[in-house]
Design a protein around this ligand. Structure first.
Ligand code: ADP
Ligand code: MG
Length: 919
């Protein structure tokens, strides 16, 4: 973007400057001396080709015509002005610092090269972003304007990148805010204020220079104005330009507005921007010198000399943007056009370079601008240049070149450039010095601290030893005081004692003389009880000590024992195991023995029977015959115990109770002795097992006694044996009726309800099962709870019990089926009504043959009765029947089941419905 000439120049100049700076630094460390150095240089170099106003006496002379006295040395004054950040920059550059830093108080500008390095430049004026328009006018323009009023040419020019505030600085009208008024407006105000419109005149031209063409902004038709130079004086004029006389500020403002409007129109027509063209305002001030003033030198010549006029020309140039436009003509221009657009500005640069370098040839003629400004640079004009820059780091390149332009305009050899790194080096040095002093200070403080600590420690030690000493002394004093007191009181006591002693002796002597008693024995008598007491106490203590020793010995002994016990405990554990085993075998033996005891009890019963009999015989008849019979009974009872039981034949029971008497045996069922009762019932049960005895037993009231036993005793053994006997007796039809009549069902039910032993239940169930086989008793049995009792016993789960229950049910069902065949039975089976069917179905698949057989029979019997069919279908009994008809091992049952299934309409319907084929 940056072109070779500009940048190259910068670098070259920078290099030069650096070395000069080093030279300066070595010769003089004080930067405060630099301005004086600079001014020296200026004075030396500015004379012949000076940029200053009136540097050439010839020029001054030609203008004012009254010699070189008005010639003032001067040079182009260059001010730099920084535009404040605009809205866009506020956002886009928010995170970045400005590319420049202004130091207006020392008139320096620091240009940031990067984060740690800056270049420093000096200017005549450094105007920050806060600089008011008024101040800018005063420092930049006012001296020039005053020069113009004094009759000098003056130039005020703004140079800088587009958008940096050239027009704002120069051309702002300030219609909305008077504070905004720019240099043009303020200059005119100043001029108008200074001139007298009667004698003086102000005329203005306003021009635009674009592509080497001068256009009249006050007359757009006038678009190619020729520049005319006076070959003699070198004065430049634009005779073709409109000149408007200004009499007041208002007309001037209108003129500026008109000019701006035309500039805009012209640029639109040329398809360019105002930033590409230079705007030039020319203010001609023509002042008539007052007589007094003009004739001040000599009253004599007053009438001889013509009135003097001073003509001053103020040129205000708003230059085109200093940024380079692309040579490729990207802005819609041809290469030639691009060259032409740049021409005036680059020519200006070249001229300034030449002037700055004191070159013999300054190429003023290269462009219209340089021709127009010929007087402004190296001419007679007092020239002030404002270079405008923006703060954005994005335009650092343009800003740099603007600054370099300004520096050259100030005359390059005077350009001051400070190397910024010097700054951080000095900072580092300063910090190092500070650090060193801090280290020293720290060291000092540390030392002081340590000293202080030492001092405090010593002081503390001293105080402590002091206190210790004081304490020891006080202690010693106290001790001495107490010792003295002690000695003193001992002495006193001794004195008292001896006094008392003497007094006592005297008294005793007196008494002794009276009574003739032994004084000493009297004295001993008073001590005696105390001595006795002491010896008593001693004895007690000795006794206590002995007791204590004895107790300690006991404790030790116990401790040893405990250890011994612990040792023994270990071996004891294995001993316990052994004992456990022994206990087990003992238990087994005990059980055997108990069995033997039971046998012996039986023998005892028999013996008691015999004894009873014998007693009765002795009482009544004393007959030898009965006695003999009993003897034989006993011997027969005893025989099985004595003989080998395997070979021994059971003694005929009939014979037995013939001999003893059934009544006798039955009476023993009510004996007070429980053992006797048990053995008696066992004997009766044994007898009842024989069908031959049954009738006799019943006739003798045995059945009633047995039933009473169920009620009167709570002994389960008796219950079991009695129930067994009743079961045996219940095999007979007559007995069955008897049992029922005597409340047998009720008794058997309650026995069953209280029984724990399965064998008891088996007996009870067996008894009821027998009763179930009686056709006449069906209804009574059921109504007295026989079936319910039977079903209640299944809770025990013992197969023997279950077999009896099943048998009872089968018996009952058989009777019912018989009744139904005979037409005496109607309605549902009582078994089904009492809920037996579900138990039957549940147990139909049992593995226990005894149970299974009875259940199968029960099912077949139930199925015989049409009234049960519906319930049997519902409870699933039909499937058991089907199974029985197919699987039962007993052929008769199998065919019975089959026959029943096929002959019962309800079953057939169900089988058909479920499409079960039973062949
Ligand atoms: P140039 O003529 O250099 O292209 P302008 O004078 O047109 O730049 O300024 C561009 C914009 O910046 C304008 O809107 C202007 O009002 C504003 N501007 C420039 N300088 C300042 C300043 N010092 N303070 C406030 N606004 C400024
Ligand atoms: Mg502008």
């Amino acid at each position: 973007m940056s072109t070779s000439s500009g940048t190259g120049y910068v670098n070259q100049r920078t290099g030069t400057h650096r070395s000069s700076l080093r030279a300066q630094s070595s010769s003089s460390a004080s930067s405060a001396q630099k301005p004086s150095l600079k001014s020296k240089t200026l004075l030396r170099k500015s004379s012949p080709a000076a940029l200053g106003v009136g540097s050439s006496s010839a020029a001054a002379g030609s203008k004012s015509g009254n010699g070189g006295d008005s010639a003032v040395r001067g040079r182009v004054r260059v001010a730099v002005r920084l535009r404040p950040r605009n809205g866009e920059e506020m956002i886009a550059d928010a995170d970045f610092a400005d590319c420049v830093e202004l130091q207006p108080e020392v008139k320096r500008l620091k240009l940031r090269k990067n984060n740690w390095d800056t270049d420093t430049f000096e200017f005549d004026e450094v105007l920050t972003e806060y600089a008011s328009q008024k101040r800018v006018y005063e420092v930049v323009a006012k001296p020039v304007v005053e020069g113009v009023l004094d009759g000098y040419n003056g130039t005020i020019m703004a140079y800088g990148q587009t958008g940096t505030g050239k027009t704002y600085t120069l051309g702002q009208l300030g219609e909305e805010d008077v504070a905004d008024r720019g240099i043009m407006v303020r200059a005119m105000e100043d001029i108008l204020a200074q001139v007298s419109l009667e004698t003086d005149s102000i005329s203005v031209s306003y021009l635009q220079l674009y592509m080497e063409t001068v256009q009249d902004l006050l007359d757009p038709a006038n678009d190619n104005i020729a520049i005319v130079e006076d070959p003699k004086s070198g004065d430049v004029s634009l005779p073709g330009a409109t000149l408007v006389e200004i009499r007041d500020q208002h007309s001037f403002l209108e003129l500026l507005q008109l000019g701006e409007a035309h500039r805009f129109a012209a640029n639109t027509k040329l398809n360019t921007e105002s930033s590409r063209s230079h705007a030039i305002l020319m203010v001609h001030v023509r002042r008539s010198l007052k007589t007094s003033e003009s004739n001040g030198n000599s009253h004599m010549t007053k009438s001889l000399k013509p009135p003097l006029v001073r003509k001053g020309k103020l040129v205000v140039v708003d230059l085109a943007g200093s940024e380079r436009i692309s040579k490729s003509g990207s802005e819609g221009h041809t290469l030639e056009e691009a060259k032409s657009i740049n021409l005036s500005l680059s020519a200006l640069g070249k001229c300034i370079n030449a002037l700055a370098e004191n070159s013999s040839h300054v190429p003023f003629r290269d462009s219209k601008l340089t021709r127009l400004l010929r007087d402004s640079f190296g001419g007679t004009a007092r020239t002030s240049l404002v270079i405008t820059i923006g703060p954005s780091p994005r335009h650092r390149g343009e800003t740099t070149s603007t600054i370099m332009f300004g520096q050259r305009a100030m005359k390059v050899e005077n350009m001051v450039k400070l190397k910024e790194e010097f700054d951080y080096k000095s900072l580092s040095k300063r910090l190092e010095v500070q650090l060193d002093s801090l280290i020293e200070e720290n060291e000092r403080q540390q030392k002081a601290f340590v000293d202080e600590i030492e001092r405090i420690t010593v002081e503390a030690h001293n105080q402590i030893s002091e206190a210790e000493k004081r304490y020891a002394n006080a202690l010693e004093e106290e001790k001495l005081r107490y010792q003295n007191d002690y000695v003193e009181s001992i002495k006193k006591l001794e004195e008292n004692w001896s006094k008392n002693q003497k007094k006592l002796a005297a008294e005793r002597l007196a008494l002794g003389e009276k009574n003739g008693l032994d004084v000493t024995s009297n004295g001993n008598r008073s001590i005696a009880p105390a001595l006795e007491e002491v010896s008593e106490l001693k004895k007690t203590v000795q006794k206590e000590a002995q007791l204590k020793m004895a107790a300690e010995e006991e404790v030790n002994r116990l401790k040893l024992q405990l250890a011994e016990f612990k040792r023994v405990e270990v071996s004891g554990n294995s001993e316990i195991m052994r004992l456990h085993k022994m206990l087990e075998s003992e238990t087994q033996q005990k059980e055997k023995l108990e069995e033997e005891i039971a046998t012996l009890h039986t023998q005892l019963l028999q013996l008691s029977l015999t004894a009873d009999e014998t007693r009765q015989n002795l009482e009544r008849h004393g007959s030898q015959k009965t006695s003999g019979a009993l003897d034989s009974f006993m011997s027969q009872l005893k025989l099985p115990q004595l003989q080998d039981p395997g070979n021994a034949e059971k003694p005929p029971v009939a014979k037995l109770f013939e001999q003893v008497g059934l009544q006798k045996i039955l009476s023993l069922l009510e004996a007070d002795d429980a053992d006797v009762r048990i053995h008696a019932v066992k004997v009766v049960a044994n007898l009842a097992a024989e069908e031959a005895n049954q009738q006799q037993i019943v006739e003798a009231g045995g059945l009633t006694s047995l039933l009473m036993l169920l009620r009167s005793t709570e002994d389960e053994t008796i219950h079991r044996v009695a129930a067994g006997a009743i079961a045996n007796l219940a095999m007979n039809e007559t007995n069955q009726e008897l049992i029922m009549d005597q409340g047998g069902i009720d008794l058997l039910s309650s026995t069953a309800a209280n029984a724990q032993d399965p064998q008891t239940l088996r007996m009870v169930a067996g008894a009821i099962a027998n009763l179930c086989g009686n056709d006449k008793l069906q209804t009574k049995l059921r109504s007295e709870g026989g079936i319910a009792a039977l079903l209640g016993m299944v809770r025990c789960g013992h197969p023997d019990v279950l077999a009896q229950v099943a048998r009872g049910i089968a018996n009952f069902a058989k009777c019912e089926s018989r009744a139904s065949t005979q037409g005496t039975k109607r309605g549902k089976s009582l078994l089904i009504e009492d809920g037996a069917l579900s138990w039957i179905v549940q147990n139909a698949k049992t593995e226990t043959t005894a149970i299974k057989r009875h259940i199968e029979l029960a099912l077949c019997h139930l199925a015989q009765h049409e009234g049960n069919a519906k319930e049997m279908v519902k409870e699933g009994a039909i499937w058991e029947l089907v199974r029985i008809s197919r699987e039962c091992s007993r052929e008769d049952i199998r065919s019975l089941a089959h026959r029943t299934l096929t002959s019962t309409p309800a079953f057939l319907t169900e089988l058909r419905r479920l499409r079960v084929d039973i062949r």
